[in-house]
Design a protein around this ligand. Structure first.
Ligand code: ZN
Ligand code: ZN
Ligand code: ZN
Length: 486
């Protein structure tokens, strides 16, 4: 139809009602050979702007996008080709967009076209707005999984949709295929829907359910096969263990792959099939490696500490190296018979060492006891350290063992000297303690803003303070009671 044959009067505009009742309008795509384009709902004019398109104000519209527009609204489009400008003025009617006038000219929009449009704006134009109903969709140029149904969309067969700023391929609207009843293989390890035993990830199928799982939201559940009779007979009730560990039922070692994690009991390992007969007739103990200790190896003779709060066999007092550190914390010399790694943590199972196995360690103990013997000093010694940074230095007397903190510590109050301190107290504050002879202490302090030091300390007969090794602290704690008694 020829635009000139139309005489749409601007007064045809009605008062804008609710967007829900407005006509839906698809904004023209940019022509493929156009150098640039714009589309706009014109809502007014700016007389102060340079004559031409700039005097028109209003909301930009996206090509290809569907909008709800109020009847009477004026939409102007402009496409620039090389040396040519195509302008169109349309109005919104109940049937969509109706072209009012077209211009094909060798220059951009000038004052004449702009004022033609401005004169035909409805009275209500200033209140008008466009409501995007459906974003423009482009053909997907690459294949991928559908944003909606996660099934494959071939390049060019679907569209691109905007998902939070990212373009994702999707099937055309309403063209997602119905979901498959069976997906092969299963993407998740879980109990089989048919037999209840475990299906490892990727080894079975996934069957579609009528309702999503309330916990996971998934419509699929794994199964060994699609047919109920086809489930393997030897399937385990839980996922196979990839690393070794101890059976939660019998306490014996389960080699990697020789058992399963019981899905009904959180992180408890079970033997596959029947539990074996106990491997060790006497008591055994499981201990965790402390951070400063070397790794456990099978066949090692080790002095270890058993935390009886975790259960386990009682420790007979005749066990070599037997020493009560606290009521539920016993030291002993044992032979490492099994080692288990859980993440970065290492655990060992030990049986009591024989006299010949423990001989060297018992001898070392005697030497250490002699070395650590009190030096009969009787002089109190002062020890000071300057506070650096925000962390206060601390000093504690070590009075025994603790299963959680390694040592029982009695933190001592410091005397503080602010004479040379800065105003914020972050530098120059001197912390001072008096150390008694024949005791062992531990102290921690910052040597710079990044580095802290932690040392064991004791006094010397001359009234100085020296750092001592962990072994000396151990020997001290092991024998202090006997010295006190003698
Ligand atoms: Zn789809
Ligand atoms: Zn099954
Ligand atoms: Zn077992």
């Amino acid at each position: 139809m020829s635009p000139s044959s139309l005489t749409v009067k601007a007064t045809a505009a009605t008062t804008p009602t609710q967007p829900g009742s407005w006509p839906l309008v698809t904004i023209a795509e940019e022509p493929a050979d156009a150098l640039s384009s714009w589309r706009r709902l014109v809502t007014g004019t700016d007389p102060s702007a340079r004559p031409g398109a700039r005097t028109l104000v209003g909301q930009w519209l996206d090509p290809g996008c569907i909008y709800a527009l109020p009847v009477g609204g004026v939409v102007v489009t402009c496409d620039r080709y090389s040396g040519q400008w195509h302008l169109t003025m349309c109005t919104v009617t109940d049937d969509g967009l109706t072209t009012v006038k077209e211009w094909r000219q060798k220059s951009p929009m000038g004052a004449r076209a702009a004022s033609y449009i401005a004169r035909r704006l409805p009275d209500t134009a200033a209140d008008m707005r466009a409501v995007a109903v459906q974003a423009k969709s482009r053909t997907n140029l690459y294949d991928g999984r559908c944003y909606h149904c996660r099934r494959w969309v071939d390049a060019g067969a679907g569209r691109l949709i905007d998902s939070g700023g990212r373009k994702e391929p999707a099937h055309l609207s309403g063209q997602c295929p119905p979901p498959p009843q069976v997906v092969t293989p299963n993407r998740r390890g879980e109990p089989c829907q048919l037999c209840g035993n475990w299906v490892e990830r990727g080894t079975g199928v996934a069957l579609r359910q009528s309702e999503p799982d309330p916990a996971t939201g998934s419509y699929y559940r794994a199964a060994h096969q699609t047919e109920p009779g086809a489930c393997p007979l030897g399937a385990l009730p839980g996922p196979r263990n990839r690393v070794n560990g101890w059976c939660s039922l019998c306490g014996e070692l389960v080699a990697a792959g020789g058992g399963y994690w019981d899905p009904t009991a959180h992180r408890s390992l079970r033997h596959a099939g029947d539990c074996p007969a106990p491997k060790w007739s006497g008591p055994t103990w499981q201990v965790r490696r402390a951070r400063h200790e070397p790794a456990f190896k099978i066949g090692q003779v080790r002095r270890v500490r058993v935390d009886l709060r975790r259960g386990g066999d009682p420790v007979p007092p005749q066990t070599l190296g037997y020493r009560v550190l606290s009521e539920t914390y016993i030291e002993l010399i044992g032979l490492v018979v099994e080692v288990v790694e859980i993440g970065r943590r290492q655990w060992a199972r030990l049986c009591p060492a024989t006299a010949s196995e423990a001989a060297d360690m018992v001898a070392d103990d005697t030497v250490a006891a002699l070395d650590a013997r009190p030096d009969a000093g009787a002089v109190m010694a002062g020890w000071s350290v300057e506070k650096i940074g925000h962390q206060n230095p601390w000093l504690a007397e070590i009075t025994g063992r603790h299963p959680d903190y390694e040592y029982r510590r009695e933190f001592l109050l410091s005397k503080r000297d602010y004479t040379n301190a800065n105003s914020r107290g972050t530098r120059g504050v001197q912390f001072h303690w008096d150390l008694l002879p024949n005791r062992v202490y531990e102290a921690a302090w910052s040597v710079s803003h990044r580095e802290t030091r932690r040392e064991f300390l004791k006094t010397t007969p001359d009234g100085d303070v020296e750092t001592i090794s962990r072994e000396e602290v151990e020997a001290w704690l092991n024998h202090a009671a006997t010295w006190a008694a003698s």
